[in-house]
Design a protein around this ligand. Structure first.
Ligand SMILES: [Zn+2]
Length: 250
């Protein structure tokens, strides 16, 4: 039973108790409370309100996982892959299916160089959270197919666009055999222009088992490479090992 189901049951019981005790005037307040709770559940992955949203890994080991969303991107992903190869780092790429269809060789290179490919839907629509289970499942299945065709691997992890979720997110992911992944550290790398500030923000929030959210799509290659270089140096200085997401979760 999810927290969402528990909230529904508690609200129903509370509503019934109010009616029975002649305090129906408070029903509106209970309904507003539920709406606020559901809104928070949609927006905040860490609450795992609608299902098993994985937002961190093993606390016992001083390790973190780097995750890059919204690629593969012909402008920035090759430079990032060069850097990760040089630094011997394995990362996770939550790929957009439509971009994989355009950049098959880049997706193949990710897999060849030891990175994990995850599913970030086919179209990365900002309306994804309003999709039916069938439509969301279609987005996921098409992305699974194109990742498999291009890179020869089967994705096992799914990050919803913008991280918004609802009960349908988990139903669709389960049907396609995907684990829903969030993050514990959001870098805001698409909003903050200075690599030093991005890294300072990440470092402030670091804990063993952190899942760090970065982007390789829609980001200038130079900013991306400088940011990741600085980040890797900061992680090493603090004794953190970078491990691939699946290995940190297993
Ligand atoms: Zn995204």
């Amino acid at each position: 039973m999810t927290r969402f189901h528990i909230a529904l049951i508690v609200t129903a019981l509370l509503g019934a108790a109010l009616v029975v005790s002649g305090n129906s005037i408070w029903l509106g307040a209970v309904a507003v409370g539920l709406v606020i709770l559901v809104g928070l559940g949609v927006a905040i992955p860490h609450l795992s309100f609608f299902g098993p949203y994985v937002c961190k890994g093993d606390h016992a080991r001083r390790c973190v996982a780097l995750t890059f969303d919204d690629g593969p991107d012909a402008n920035s992903t090759p430079a990032l892959l060069d850097l990760l190869h040089e630094e011997k780092i394995e990362a996770t790429f939550f790929c957009i299916g439509a971009k994989v269809a355009r950049e098959r060789e880049l997706a193949a290179r990710m897999a060849r160089e030891g990175h994990l490919l995850g599913n970030h839907t086919f179209s990365h629509s900002y309306a994804t959270n309003f999709f039916s289970v069938a439509r969301l499942q279609d987005e996921l299945t098409r992305t699974q197919a194109v990742i498999h065709e291009a890179a020869g691997v089967v994705a096992r992890h799914f990050r919803p666009p913008v991280g918004l979720s609802n009960p349908r997110t988990f139903r669709a992911a389960r049907a396609v055999g995907l684990q829903v992944i969030g993050w514990s550290v959001r870098s805001l790398d698409t909003r903050i222009p200075e690599p030093e500030r991005i890294v300072a923000r990440i470092v402030q929030r670091l804990k063993p088992g952190a899942i760090i959210l970065l982007h390789d799509g829609n980001l200038p290659a130079e900013r991306l490479v400088v940011t990741v270089k600085l980040l890797l140096a900061s992680l090493r200085a603090r004794g953190y090992e970078v491990v691939r997401l699946d290995r940190m979760l297993s």
